[in-house]
Design a protein. Sequence first.
Length: 264
Amino acid sequence: MTLVPRLIRPLFAAVLSFGLAGAAAAETIRVGVTGGPHAQIFEQVAALARKEGIEVKVIEFDDYQIPNAALAQGDLDLNSFQHQPFLDNQVKDRGYRLVAIGKTVIFPIGLYSKRVKSLSELKDGDKVAIPNDPTNGGRVLLLLQAQGLLKLRPEAGLKASPFDVVDNPRQLKLVELPAAQLARSLDDVALAAVNGNYALEVGLNPHKDAIALESPESPYANVIVVREADKAKPQFLHLVKLYQSPEIRAFIQERFGASVVPAF
């Protein structure tokens, strides 16, 4: 597969030094992210790393599929864009030997509309856009259920799909789209469920613009992911430590407020 990032910020390689005897090597750590907060936060992590002589190349992608494929085939050293249920599903479905080595942030997912100001204004047969990937799609269906718009089979759990809907009193039409396109679908649907990172990227404020918002107390904490064979590499574990530092926590809280919640 050819690696085609939307935006590459090249940095120059430097000598890595982690205080281990003889553990110095010329290396640039390649990190895959999606645009918006994931990219902005990791640029701050890269700045901290640079002060220690560690060079990090932050590479942005505009979908959720390529970063894991690129990591699995060795085009990236780690990525930071997905929550744990999404990773688990990709590992199961595609056989990736990828593991999480640290938590990052939670983006509460929200329901947005240009046509209605409350969910009670939805009309019978209105279109509702949801993510087309299994984990985020299930996440949104659970949110719609929590808001009383539909009912799912009790055993569906986190991996609920439209096939698990057992009661849909308003006959809402669920339209599945790639997560990155959901915010741009608002002109075509009555309601769209948008991941927090993509909402912020197009200027939507989850806590001001969302009609309904997922609770931040959820299992959807995002994670830093590496190949299984690299899970104990000191340079990658050190990068996790930098991400989970007080400096990065302060940046997240100051830059994004309650729209992005540190999960560490």
